[in-house]
Design a binder for this molecule. Structure first.
Ligand code: ADP
Length: 163
């Protein structure tokens, strides 16, 4: 039987407990989950792609069927290259739905063999986004319990260096 592989694409700048929740749920549904960092030269993030990969690799240690990778170009092309038949996305609130709906229809048009599967976030992570974490952390706000500990340390180091 062919393995069901899901690709979970995103910026992960940085990865949060909300992302982790989707990864955990996805790892139970699919044989393999590939968490894929999108390389976007026009959008400079706080963390480099290498730093994001380092954080993901650390966080994903406990998940034997999940791995991290990064890619350039069209997400559907990368999904096909990695033999993924599913694109995994997380939904927080109604506000996510609009853009995610548009994106998934476009992706389906680009490659009809890849379906997007949406997973609802756990209630605890409904308001968590990478941007809100950065907004709080840059002014010394405590983000414990909202991001994995390793990420929390990396955020502290990053903002210390910037000062
Ligand atoms: P963000 O939207 O925080 O910048 P990404 O671009 O890395 O994050 O998003 C990748 C995927 O993860 C998207 O499908 C997004 O909806 C989902 N996601 C982000 N934060 C959460 C969360 N707190 N709970 C569930 N899914 C999330």
């Amino acid at each position: 039987m062919t393995k069901k592989i899901a690709l979970y694409p995103g910026s992960f700048d940085p990865p949060t407990n909300g992302h982790l929740d989707i990864i955990e749920k996805g790892s139970k549904l699919f044989d393999k989950v590939i968490v894929a960092v999108m390389i976007n030269p026009d959008k400079k993030g706080l963390f480099s792609v290498e730093e994001r990969m380092e954080m993901l690799n650390e966080i994903l240690k406990d998940f034997p069927n999940v791995e991290a990778d990064s890619f350039n170009g069209l997400t559907v092309d990368f999904a096909a290259e990695r033999k993924a038949c599913v694109m995994l996305r997380g939904l927080r609130a109604l506000s996510d739905f609009d853009s995610e709906f548009q994106l998934s229809l476009m992706n389906r048009r680009l490659n009809k063999d890849i379906q997007t599967v949406f997973l609802m976030t756990g209630m605890r992570w409904i308001y968590i986004s990478s941007s809100i974490i950065k907004q709080a952390a840059q002014f010394g706000g405590e983000v414990k319990g909202m991001v994995p500990d390793f990420v929390r340390k990396k955020l502290k180091q990053k903002y210390k260096k910037k000062k």
